[in-house]
Design a protein around this ligand. Structure first.
Ligand SMILES: C[S@@+](CC[C@H](N)C(=O)[O-])C[C@H]1O[C@@H](n2cnc3c(N)ncnc32)[C@H](O)[C@@H]1O
Length: 238
């Protein structure tokens, strides 16, 4: 693991300790709902229980809540012990659902080969540099069944913060932080900005077949600033 990885892990852990549940979303990512609905909402409840879904970087559990409420077998891993503790209590006490939770890194997943039907990432892999991303994608592919689905929602290279981060580059597409306080998402530590061509190149190299890439953009500050995300769906091509 690189220093960039460790910087990102400690930044989020600090945010959880300082702000608790307020440091993260309370409701699930809409494109994740669309992905899950398109694949499995047609299934009966007993069939849904057979579908194992892992969220890498699950944070305080807002996405896990939706997945568990919809009847899937749900697993979450996050590098922050504080984040996992919040997810555990909120899933149980606030939302009345459960998930199997682990504290650990996406670059070293504590699950067997071919265990999951799907792995999902909502704005977590975007905090890894290129070197650690390759490790994470290799791990995600390892724990997916052959043909298993991978969903990722991540910042694109059209984000205004990419070239205006006010911080150093750690590789061609990753900055050490968005230090520019006029920019959205500042202060979250390392961030990597990928375009669709890079997604296709890296996913192919790691044994994934990209099925779709959607762009989702928002503007801020009277349209002077853009934040764009890519919603990527892919499958384990083995
Ligand atoms: C921006 S938050 C997103 C949380 C959640 N996916 C959501 O949509 O609300 C990024 C999360 O990834 C976690 N994280 C960062 N690096 C990680 C790593 N290498 N392995 C696992 N989790 C990581 C952080 O602790 C944080 O909870």
């Amino acid at each position: 693991m690189t220093k960039t990885h460790d910087d990102s892990v400690s930044r989020f852990d600090q945010l959880f300790r300082e702000k608790g549940i307020r440091s993260q979303r309370s409701y699930p990512n809409e494109q994740l709902i669309q992905f899950v609905a398109g694949n499995w909402f047609a299934l009966a409840p007993e069939q849904r229980r057979e579908i194992r879904i892992l969220e890498v970087g699950c944070g305080s559990g807002a996405n896990l809540w939706m997945l568990a409420k919809e009847g899937f077998s749900v697993y979450g891993i996050d590098s922050s012990a504080a984040g996992i503790a919040i997810a555990e209590s909120h899933l149980r006490d606030k939302w009345g659902v459960s998930a199997s939770l682990e504290c650990g890194s996406v670059v070293d997943l504590p699950y067997g080969n071919g265990f999951f039907d799907a792995v999902v990432d909502v704005v977590t892999l975007q905090h890894l540099n290129l070197e650690d991303s390759a490790r994470a994608l290799a791990e995600i592919r390892r724990v997916l069944k052959p043909g298993g689905q991978f969903f990722s929602y991540r910042a694109s290279d059209r984000c205004s913060m990419f070239l205006n981060s006010g911080a150093d580059f750690v590789d061609a597409v990753t900055v050490s932080n968005v230090a520019n306080t006029a920019m959205p998402l500042h202060g979250n530590g390392p961030m990597s900005f990928w375009g669709p061509a890079l997604v296709r190149q890296i996913y192919l190299a790691q044994g994934f077949e990209v099925e779709s890439i959607e762009r989702h953009a928002r503007t801020y500050g009277n349209c002077s600033c853009t934040v764009e995300y890519l919603a990527i769906t892919a499958k384990n091509s083995s």
